[in-house]
Design a protein around this ligand. Structure first.
Ligand code: KIV
Length: 269
């Protein structure tokens, strides 16, 4: 368990980049897991809209609502003492209308107590980002594979493999840096491009499937613990096979109940 308790802020992450210290981020969506992550030394926790997939079983991140993200965000914040908590803005809560984006971000900050919000998109999202920043709300950008646009992409394959797309991504990253985002997530893009982005912007770049030349890494907790099944992209390192262990524990419990082994005399009043 990690003993350091001083709160991680957006400034801490900037300092870590300046000092060449890598940033460890993971997703969490609930109180119990968030507490374990916080006590184990993660620098930042992302309440990702991947909750739509891993918590609710939807095939995409599109259906999750602002109210649901607020529920997950508030649950995580209640458990966390040290890590920076970033809450994803869900699909439909910020695109196209900066005022609507501001209202959504304000709700997230007020009702969850999180430290920052994250949203997807570069130049297209920049007006919304500026508006949110104008209210003093820290914003993290998200470029590369942006799952809320899956219906436009049509695939979860690696992004920015063409010159045109990689040039746009670099331009977008510089724009988000200039307008005041405190950090960027780069998802599923070539490692060389991600390294170039990281060296071209002043803010920390956190990668997922973006190689090792960036300032930190993020993974979906249930993926790295081996709870999600049938998902094994190249970038995913599984640190545990918790899915199998949970299955074995539950099978033993079922067996014990059916054989009347549980509860025994010491386990009753
Ligand atoms: O929602 C999420 O979990 C994310 C990460 C994949 C970066 O945005």
């Amino acid at each position: 368990m990690h003993s350091e308790t001083s709160k991680v802020t957006t400034r801490t992450l900037l300092k870590m980049k300046a000092e060449g210290k890598k940033i460890a981020m993971l997703t969490a969506y609930d109180y119990s897991m968030a507490g374990l992550l916080d006590q184990s030394g993660v620098d930042a926790i992302l309440v990702g809209d991947s909750a739509a997939n891993v918590m609710a079983g939807y095939p995409t991140t599109l259906p999750i609502t602002l109210d649901q993200m607020i529920y997950h965000g508030a649950s995580v914040v209640r458990a966390v003492k040290r890590a920076l908590v970033v809450v994803d803005m869900p699909f439909g809560s910020y695109q196209g209308d900066p005022l609507e984006a501001l209202r959504s971000a304000v709700r997230i900050m007020k009702e969850t107590g999180a430290d920052a919000v994250k949203l997807e998109g570069g130049q297209e999202a920049s007006e919304s980002i500026r508006k949110i920043l104008s209210a003093g709300i820290p914003v993290m950008g998200h470029l590369g594979l942006t799952p809320q646009s899956i219906n436009q992409f049509g695939t979860y394959a690696v992004r920015a493999t063409s010159d045109e797309e990689s040039e746009k991504l670099l331009r977008d990253a510089k724009l988000l840096d200039e307008i005041g985002c405190f950090g960027l997530v780069l998802e599923k893009i070539p490692a060389v491009l991600a390294g170039k982005v990281s060296r071209s912007v002043s803010v920390p770049v956190i990668g997922i499937g973006a190689g090792g030349e960036v300032d930190g890494q993020v993974l979906v907790l249930q993926d790295m613990l081996g709870i999600t099944r049938g998902f094994s992209p190249r970038f995913l390192r599984r640190y545990h096979d918790l899915g199998t262990e949970i299955g074995q524990a539950v099978s033993r419990y079922v067996e014990d109940v059916k054989s009347s082994d549980f509860p025994n005399t010491k386990e009753q009043y």
